[in-house]
Design a protein around this ligand. Sequence first.
Ligand code: PPS
Length: 199
Amino acid sequence: MAFWSSTSVFTSKVPRKILFMFTLSVSVTYLFYSLMSCYNSLQFPLQENYAYQGRLVTEQTTFVTLREKLYSASQGTTEFTEAERPTAVSAVKDHAEAEQRTVEWIRTQASPTKSAAAYHTSALDKEHQDFSTTDSELRVNCTMDYGEKKLPQAIIIGVKKGGTRALLEALRVHPDVRAVGNEPHFFDRNYEKGLDWYR
Ligand SMILES: Nc1ncnc2c1ncn2[C@@H]1O[C@H](COP(=O)(O)OS(=O)(=O)O)[C@@H](OP(=O)(O)O)[C@H]1O
């Protein structure tokens, strides 16, 4: 009595060439869908974004280093040299002034009437309390690599091909605007990662 495995019956009836083509097409299809599903993680940022992010990290690192040094100096643990002190103080002051100017600008732009201005001012103050990193939190929340992490003060929302990238690049030109390098897609793709990821 002869025993035939199902595989040998299959291969004996179907030409090997067709079987090979079928296997190949299934593999290619599988590979294609795998690439499509992880398309986002495979998206490489543009070269200029690398350059921009490099500049951003350098600036932020310098600022945080100076700020921490100043804090340490105020606590009496770090000594600035006479040459370093004026530069450090003015860098921190410039950054703080830039942040203040941005907040003032938002207040004036977003508040056409006096009552609305009062409303927005209190709302902004509340938001500042809720979301901003305080000086005491700064030492816990900031990393030396990425600087001070904050939630955004403005969000660009738009459909695909709606020109959001052009708007982002135009806003980025303003010296007081700090914009992300790539679109973070927090609300549509990364919402479950939470606010800590978003910062
Ligand atoms: N001002 C203005 N007027 C007309 N068209 C404009 C404008 N700004 C950007 N664009 C065009 O918008 C397309 C890019 O949109 P997005 O940045 O939203 O693209 S993306 O979906 O985020 O990838 C992109 O279109 P395509 O070149 O066809 O891709 C841009 O050329």
